[in-house]
Write a protein that binds this ligand. Structure first.
Ligand SMILES: *Cc1c(COP(=O)(O)O)cnc(C)c1O
Length: 393
């Protein structure tokens, strides 16, 4: 059976060009980039070329890019690094209630360390209100961290406006842009952010590599102590193959970003229209300020897990929310934050479209989904009762 992969927000297939660019560094180009002989220096050169590509993709200069082990490390570093560097200035950090766990759990850790965290609420679409941020900033606020685009519901936050509000009060701004880079044009100079997190495996690159953009001149504490790699700011022998793959992936995706956005948006809107024809269904997240590949929908009287398993039997891979909550029975914190009642949050699906999806695949899903939803609803006593009461069908 042909698999239809619609979970590109969890991870993306690696592109052949990316894999090919990485292979020599697992093989004969294995030299340590810190070594002085040419073997090592070749590896060093490959890392610096990748750094140029990452910098160019987001409008940064290459000395503002620091490679990490992925989005999670970049988020941890930004928050803990800024918190400890600025702890004499204040201990208050502001974030939002819809962040990825890499941010939320780091904030909880910092709370245990004596920092004070404000979790800003969001509206029904998942948007953070800049006025709400303005009200939350206090004299002891040292950092604001708000994600660029939400990994579950796809909502794109008004980062430029939020940065302005933070900077007016002299507060640093970090954004988790793991879902945004490669899916919307990202320019750190236009956004004016101080720090920005990226990850390679969400943009057709390898897992286990990412980067943190740190604005020139900004000093934050280091997370890892050790060697002098990454200009003394991130110790440990570099993941050379991973970094090279990240460079190739980000260059490829940003070269064709307009086309990428156009294609994904078309498929997304088609999928949304098709799904919303099913009765008792709603779209979660903002209808327009939304990632081009994100569809998040709730089906009343259906359990999301059953829906995922039924789709899996048809070869269709989708998610109930974020991959990190798979297997847990707690409903998504994002869906609760936009005000969905628990039972509706439980009947939610996230379908995320990527480069490799075709219109035929979307047609197949639109064709199969109504039957599956209907079959599951027939098993729901609640749905039976509603049907009788409203004389449906
Ligand atoms: C995937 C993701 C992360 C974590 O990135 P990893 O590279 O998997 O550690 C962080 N934030 C967001 C918004 C994500 O989607």
């Amino acid at each position: 059976m042909n698999r239809i992969y619609l979970d590109n927000a969890a991870t993306t297939p690696i592109r052949s060009e990316v894999l090919n660019s990485m292979m020599p560094f697992f093989d004969n180009r294995f030299g340590n980039p810190s070594a002085l002989y040419s073997y090592g220096q070749e590896a060093k050169k490959a890392i610096e070329e990748a750094r140029d590509k990452v910098a160019a993709a987001i409008g940064a200069s290459e000395d503002e890019i620091f490679f990490t082990s992925g989005g999670t490390e970049s988020d941890n570093w930004a928050l803990k690094g800024a918190a400890y560097a600025l702890k004499d200035k204040g201990n208050h950090i502001i974030t939002s209630s819809v962040e990825h766990h890499a941010i939320l759990h780091t904030c909880q850790y910092l709370e245990n360390q004596g920092f004070e965290i404000t979790y800003l609420p969001v509206d029904e679409y998942g948007l953070v209100d800049p006025n709400e941020l303005k009200r939350a900033i206090k004299d002891n606020t040292i950092l604001v961290s708000i994600m660029y685009a939400n990994n579950e519901i796809g909502t794109i936050e008004p980062i430029e406006e939020l940065v302005k509000v933070a900077h007016e009060k002299g507060v640093l701004f970090h954004t988790d842009a793991v879902q945004a880079v490669g899916n919307v044009p990202v320019d750190v100079k236009k956004l004016n952010v101080d720090m920005l997190s990226m990850s390679a495996h969400k943009i057709y690159g390898p897992k286990g590599v990412g980067a943190l953009y740190i604005r020139k001149g900004l000093r934050i504490d280091t997370l890892l102590q050790g060697g002098a790699q990454e200009r003394n700011r991130r110790a440990g022998t570099e993941n050379v193959a991973g970094v090279v793959g990240f460079g190739t992936a980000i260059e490829l995706i940003t070269q064709n970003i307009d086309e990428h956005i156009k294609k994904l948006t078309m498929l997304r809107d088609k999928l949304i229209d098709g799904i919303l024809k099913i009765p008792y269904t709603r779209l979660n997240g903002h209808p327009i300020k939304r990632l081009p590949g994100n569809v998040n929908v709730s089906f009343e009287f259906v359990d999301g897990e059953s829906l995922i398993l039924s789709l899996d039997m048809e070869g269709i891979c989708v998610s109930s929310g974020s991959a990190c909550t798979a297997g847990s029975i707690d409903p998504s914190h994002v869906l609760l934050a936009i005000g969905l009642p628990e039972e509706i949050a439980h009947g939610s699906l996230r379908l995320t479209i990527g480069e490799e999806n075709t219109e035929e695949e979307i047609d197949t899903v639109i064709n199969k989904l109504p039957k599956i939803v209907d079959r599951l609803r027939q098993m729901s006593p609640l749905f039976e009762r509603i049907k009788k009461e409203k004389k449906l069908v």
